[in-house]
Design a protein around this ligand. Structure first.
Ligand code: LLP
Length: 409
């Protein structure tokens, strides 16, 4: 198995495992396909959701594709700017932006704040006035739509913490629009991630369209609407989530007469299938029923199976033509560190290499150092060359940041 033209065993040998491997060509192709899908949307900004993969080199690839960035923390904002993304192409989302983050965003001159509550809007207005600046803003709306995805990544139901209830949107918009320091110029929505069906998105966008008309009817000027991200990707062979072209056609149809600039915040659809997590089998242990294939990657490196019961395809780097049914587990000391039970997969033995696929989004970025395992390295491949784009941070380096106070010594 290769990533572009680089054999994965070479990367494993030179960089070690576990290691995330990303493909520049795939990132670029996904960026282009997503943009092409939106050909019928005349005025738009595509802002990559940095949370999906904040690696600087990945951001640089997308910056070169003309992408902006959707950020949710000052850390993500600094990464986007460091990758050369122009501040006006940065959108700051997030339900708990601190005062310091609001100030940092204002001082950096970012293009848009997506305000998530009346309280946040008032604070942003106050901070902006103090700085003598004006924040460009949309108000994030909670449309009360069930995205039909995993509960933990659903964001648009009434009891989710995100945005202002659509029933109160007119009133809150009116209040914030009259504040100095903020130019409230539109609305935003994001109902969830890994959506396998366009219907909930269309439903949410239609509700937003009605709100735009109502706001205009009330005398507000609406020039920007942020439609968020959420488009799903195939994790299993045979899965066929809506394509960017189908998504784009729906968006163009629903928004045809809105007369606004549209902002998109795709994450997973750009990065998900542009990366794998390369791992080595530590050993194969007999089980009562199926054997346990114990790999050197664990839930701290790829958290999605443990957190959401997510499926990641698992295949051998050098398949020997045989298969096996096995439990795929990591070395961490809890049962949650299980990637798959009873999975039919390639036959593997101790020392063999394998990959978890579709690991380019919400992979490395969600890593922790649980069990003092350190942080995994990341590699970007480009044709027949590759570079380590994030060093492995070993457990020792993390321990170096800790100290025992004198009064305990
Ligand atoms: N915009 C906002 C405001 C978001 O909250 C998100 C994702 C996105 C855009 C990008 O969504 P995407 O296009 O990637 O679906 N850790 C979870 C996913 C959490 C998504 C959080 N918000 C997972 O591994 O499935």
């Amino acid at each position: 198995m290769h990533a572009e033209d680089v054999p994965l065993p070479l990367i494993a040998q030179e960089v070690g495992t576990p290691v995330y491997v990303y493909s520049r060509a795939t990132l670029e192709r996904h960026a282009q396909v997503f943009r092409d899908g939106l050909n019928d949307v005349p005025d738009k900004l595509i802002a990559f959701a940095v949370k999906a993969n904040p690696n600087l080199a990945v951001l640089k690839v997308l910056q070169s594709q003309g992408y902006g960035a959707d950020v949710v923390s000052v850390g993500e904002m600094r990464r986007a700017l460091a990758a050369g993304i122009a501040p006006e192409k940065v959108v700051f989302s997030g339900v708990g932006k601190t005062r310091a983050e609001l100030i940092a965003g204002l001082e950096a001159g970012i293009g848009q704040f997506n305000i998530e509550s009346e309280e946040e809007g008032l604070e942003l207005a106050e901070v902006a006035r103090e700085l003598g600046l004006e924040a460009q803003c949309t108000l994030r709306i909670n449309p009360d739509v069930d995205a039909g995805t995993h509960d933990k990544i659903s964001t648009g139901k009434a009891d989710n913490k995100f945005g202002v209830p659509i029933s109160q949107a007119g009133q809150i918009f009116g209040k914030l629009a009259s504040e100095g320091g903020v130019n409230l110029r539109g609305v935003a929505v994001h109902i969830g991630s890994q959506l396998g069906d366009l219907a909930p998105l269309e439903n949410a966008f239609n509700k937003l369209g009605e709100l735009v008309s109502a706001l205009r009817g009330a005398g507000h000027t609406i020039t920007h609407v942020d439609l968020g991200g959420g488009l799903g990707v195939p994790y299993k062979q045979g899965e066929t989530p809506p394509s960017p072209a189908e998504y784009g056609a729906m968006v163009a149809r629903v928004t045809a007469d809105w007369g606004v600039k549209l902002i998109f915040e795709p994450g997973r659809v750009i990065a998900g299938n542009a990366g794998v997590l390369l791992t080595r089998v530590v050993r194969v242990k007999r089980g009562v029923k199926d054997p346990f294939v114990i790999v050197d990657a664990a839930m701290n490196d790829l958290a999605r199976p443990a957190l959401y019961g997510a499926y990641h395809d698992f295949t051998a780097v050098e398949p020997n033509g045989r298969d096996m049914t096995a439990n795929i587990v990591g070395p961490i000391c809890e049962t949650g560190d299980t990637f798959a039970m009873g999975r039919l997969c390639d036959h593997l033995e101790a020392g063999d290499l394998a990959v978890f696929r579709t690991a380019g989004a919400y992979g490395a970025t969600m890593a922790s150092s649980y069990n003092s395992r350190g942080f995994v390295a990341e590699v970007l491949v480009d044709g027949d060359k590759y570079a380590v784009v994030a060093d492995r941070i070993d457990a020792g380096a993390i321990m170096d940041a800790e100290r025992v106070p004198e009064w305990l010594a």
